[in-house]
Design a protein around this ligand. Structure first.
Ligand SMILES: [Zn+2]
Length: 299
């Protein structure tokens, strides 16, 4: 009997401990890594727009959003579009989900990443672990967090397609959205790999309130959040480097989060095994914290 009571007490303690732990965490870190691993696996053949691997990845992304109980934007997860380029015509597909705001239903924070990458060339598969499976997996962490902590502003989580073909998904999205309703775009592209443990936040300088939020950010992680690459410091200017570019052109405030280009940038060596897991978790933690501040205080 005594043994049973001891076991019961232990069990209760274990349950309450794991509950407390779960409450403190903003998202499941193991899942963050696991989903990145899956998205950058050979099965998805580099996720090139219009190809089989891209379609399989899209199905996986929708399945994850469904399992996290977030709904498609205007009732649809898939938002298809097509476009022509010098190398031919493409069919592409943005994946959009919406979490309604509790206070500012009609004002949106658009959190984005791109699900396409470079595909296959000869016997090389471009897995695009950092670029940008890292951003897409982070969208699922946001979905986890937001369903438990409903935002004040409405949020769209956007997995854009055809970024690698000229930021096409973001452009298509903006052409079909009332841009006056967008408070800000937070774009994540390459946030999982940094030997220096440094994440950049680009774009704050274009908005006073945003600049103040990033300047005063209290970083609770062991990684650094830097500003720069914004045309002011002589480094490569990233203002138009990814899907936040078209938001900037449309005069919408943006923050782009990314790490310095590394040796594996746009190479077949951009693989899961070489990401820096601790840095990646910290990146998502920092971006979530900045999101919370913007959602609370507005711009
Ligand atoms: Zn990218």
């Amino acid at each position: 009997m005594k043994n049973i009571i001891t076991s019961l007490v232990c069990l209760l303690f274990a349950i309450s401990f794991s509950y407390a732990q779960d409450k403190d965490l903003k998202f499941n870190e193991d899942q963050l890594l696991n989903r990145l691993k899956i998205l950058s696996s050979d099965k998805f053949e580099g996720r090139r727009t219009g190809q089989k691997g891209n379609n399989l990845a899209r199905a996986y992304i929708i399945e994850q959003f469904k399992s996290l109980n977030v709904r498609g934007y205007q009732g649809n997860y898939e938002h298809p579009f097509s476009f022509d380029t010098r190398i031919g015509a493409f069919n592409a597909n943005n994946i959009l989900v919406e979490i309604k705001g509790t206070e500012h239903l009609d004002k949106y924070i658009v959190i984005s990443a791109h699900h396409d990458h470079l595909g296959v060339s000869g016997d090389k598969i471009f897995n695009g672990a950092d670029d940008d499976a890292s951003g897409i997996s982070a969208l699922f962490s946001f979905a986890e967090y937001l369903t438990k902590n409903p935002p004040k502003h409405s949020v769209i989580l956007a997995a854009f397609d055809a970024e690698e073909l000229g930021l096409r998904g973001a452009k298509h999205f903006l052409a079909n959205f009332d841009t006056s309703k967008i408070l800000i775009n937070l774009n994540m592209d390459m946030i999982s790999r940094s030997a220096k443990n440094e994440l950049y936040a680009v774009g704050a300088r274009y908005n006073k309130a945003l600049k103040s939020i990033v300047d005063n950010f209290e970083n609770s992680t062991t990684s650094k959040l830097l500003q720069g690459h914004d045309g002011t410091d002589g480094k490569q200017d990233w203002t138009m480097s990814s899907d936040h570019g078209p938001f900037h052109v449309a005069k919408i405030p943006f923050l782009y989060f990314g790490n310095e280009d590394h040796a594996a940038y746009h190479k077949e060596t951009d693989v899961f095994e070489d990401i820096t897991p601790e840095f990646y978790k910290n990146s998502v933690q920092m971006i979530l914290s900045i999101f919370e501040t913007i959602d609370t205080s507005g711009l």
